[in-house]
Design a protein around this ligand. Structure first.
Ligand SMILES: [Zn+2]
Length: 100
């Protein structure tokens, strides 16, 4: 998870993702393609989803994203960041409007 936030922070600061970070089809940047153990929190979330009947990725298999999967993933992250920035800006404007 921290890898994900670090990556998002880099993206915000530099305008694009850091090149060369391996992305797994199942876990995104979370597993570093099997080089990093998945965090306990990540595993707990996956297990909870599995118990809830959701389709979840395997925890012990790592498959590199294809270039098109990677491009889609990066677009989705960029969209999510833009959405959160817009929400933050709206909250900030509301707070400033309410200030005496
Ligand atoms: Zn993986």
């Amino acid at each position: 998870m921290s890898g994900m936030f670090g990556r998002a922070a880099d993206w915000l600061e530099h305008g694009r993702p850091v090149d060369g970070i391996p992305l797994c089809r199942h876990h995104g940047p979370a597993c570093q393609m099997g080089a990093e153990p998945l965090s306990e929190l990540y595993v707990l979330i996956i297990e909870a989803k599995r118990r809830a009947g959701e389709v979840v990725p395997p925890l012990d298999e790592h498959v590199p994203m294809t270039p098109s999967e990677r491009a889609r993933y990066e677009r989705e992250v960029a969209d999510l960041i833009a959405e959160k920035q817009a929400e933050n800006a709206a909250v900030e404007a509301e707070l400033n409007a309410g200030a005496p």
